[in-house]
Design a protein around this ligand. Sequence first.
Ligand code: SF4
Length: 69
Amino acid sequence: MRVKVRKESTMKVIWDSNKCIHSGNCVNSLPTAFFIQDDKLIVKPENASWEEVLKVVSACPAKAFTVKE
Ligand code: SF4
């Protein structure tokens, strides 16, 4: 299942819950932009720079994120 978690201007961060292995890397690396709320991963890229967000996205060990323009 693919879940759209955030839209920032023309860019979107898509989180694939089926790929996520719950390593916690994203929420530990950039907790202002990646956090758990009501058992769901929330991504708020406006709380960080896009460079920081993209760095976390690319570091996901499960490649659970997709960024689309
Ligand atoms: S870094 Fe990737 S695998 Fe780890 S919790 Fe975040 S989305 Fe899931």
